[in-house]
Design a protein around this ligand. Structure first.
Ligand code: NAP
Length: 392
């Protein structure tokens, strides 16, 4: 089915999980920033909760309402068939996400989520990429803080460097923010399932075509003092490096030999060591079901940082790119990364997929490949900074 024939669907955008923490922020963002004539709906498993949310939304009466539950595949098929783009915040995605991806791939519906779970993304590639290519659906995972600033930031950095030459980009993330029950649950899930995660990555490698005449890599790197940013750099084994590498594989602009390394940047060594110890303790605790339950009881689904805390939160990702005898320093920065900015990134991704003139892609694609410059322009307009700090 071509994209044009899909304009006769009832909704441009359906937001699934609208009653959750990130979902509510995304619904509020869409309600405040909806272009005139946007046909959109909020969706979730609880009609009353959806109705209460709709009453609070600016211009809410014009917003549609769809009931759908992940345990009812027919409701997800119905949801996918009603929309041109489905954006979902229903996570942990490894637990709840697959049926909706399958429904969107089948219905030729564009799909955006805010997962940061590599196992989920790898399995969705193996199981649904081929079908999505057939129907023309674009499956775009990681449209939140994982991994928009890093994927689009690396893309933006590459665009400042010469073409046709080997390039390296290092990304250094600094944030001051808190997290929600949903994020905590997803993180614990990931920590507990490292064997499954490696198995999914292996399966993906088996199915994914190899590059023949270009090379890309995203090695973990080693902890080091990084004088180029004046901070301690700790390798971050998040999904971001994998996403950046996938963009580099898909786009020739990243050159014949591209390497990306992803770090947390911390100014003081004791803070860096404390962070490593805290993550190590959580990873160890997550291996034991009883400890995992006790930890997740401390931060319930639906809970998250309040408006005041979010207003004080911020993120900066600094990039150092090199190639063809040139070095460039760039930066992507914004407010509360996990929630306000994640909601903005997801909503703008959905609007971008629905309305912007984008390169023809289908199947599982990254934000840089599916939306690139168009999404950078949207995010800049929405207050996220992309800038070149210096070129040498
Ligand atoms: N990439 C990023 O940077 C980033 C940032 C923040 C969050 N996240 C991810 O986003 C996800 C959501 O986080 P959150 O804090 O918003 O979590 P949350 O508040 O727990 O929200 C989860 C949502 O899923 C819905 N849900 C749960 N089970 C369902 C079912 N059976 N059928 C339909 N809907 C169901 C919930 O519905 P009810 O309202 O009815 O309970 C709720 O709307 C998590 O996976 C988190 O890791 C990613």
């Amino acid at each position: 089915m071509s994209r044009l024939t899909r304009t006769d669907r009832p909704y441009d955008i359906v937001l699934f999980g609208a009653t959750g923490f990130v979902g509510t922020l995304t619904a509020e963002y869409l309600a405040r920033h909806a272009p005139a004539g946007l046909r959109w709906a909020i969706a979730g498993r609880g009609t009353e909760k959806l109705e209460r949310l709709r009453e609070r939304l600016p211009g809410g009466t014009g917003t549609g309402l769809l009931r759908a539950d992940v345990s009812d595949p027919a409701s997800l098929r119905n949801l996918a068939e009603q929309a041109r783009v489905v954006a979902t915040t229903v996570g942990p995605y490894t637990e709840y996400g697959e049926q909706l991806v399958a429904a969107c791939a089948d219905a030729g519906t564009d799909y955006a989520d805010v997962t940061g779970e590599p196992e989920f993304v790898d399995l969705m590639y193996v199981r649904h990429d081929a079908r999505a290519r057939e129907t023309g659906a674009r499956l775009v995972h990681a449209c939140g803080f994982d991994s928009v600033p890093h994927d689009l930031g690396a893309y933006f950095t590459v665009r400042q460097l010469p073409e046709g030459t080997p390039l390296t980009v290092d990304g250094f993330v600094t944030t001051d923010a808190a997290f929600s029950g949903g994020t905590f649950a997803s993180a614990l899930n990931q920590f507990a399932g490292s064997r499954r995660l490696r198995a999914a990555a292996r399966e993906r490698r088996y199915h994914e075509p190899r590059l023949v005449d270009r090379r890309t890599s995203a090695p973990l790197g080693a902890p080091r003092y990084a004088p180029e940013v004046g901070a301690w750099a700790l390798p971050l084994p998040t999904i971001d490096g994998q996403i950046v590498r996938r963009s580099a594989k898909a786009l020739d602009r990243y050159g014949p030999d591209f390497r990306y390394r992803h770090y947390a940047a911390v100014r003081r060594l004791p803070v860096a060591l404390g962070g490593v110890a805290a993550v190590g303790t959580l990873v160890t605790a997550a291996q034991f079901p009883s400890l995992r339950r006790r930890l997740s009881d401390r931060l319930k689904p639906g809970d998250g940082p309040g408006p005041e805390k979010r207003a004080r939160s911020w993120f900066t990702v600094r990039f150092v790119g090199e190639g063809g005898g040139q070095r460039v320093y760039t930066e992507v920065a914004g407010g509360d990364p996990g929630y306000d900015e994640t909601a903005k990134m997801l909503a703008e991704s959905a609007l971008c997929l629905a309305f912007d003139d984008l390169p023809p892609t289908a199947g599982q694609v990254t934000t840089a490949v599916a939306m690139g410059d168009a999404l950078i322009d949207r995010l800049r307009t929405a207050g996220i900074r992309f800038r070149v700090a210096a070129t040498r």
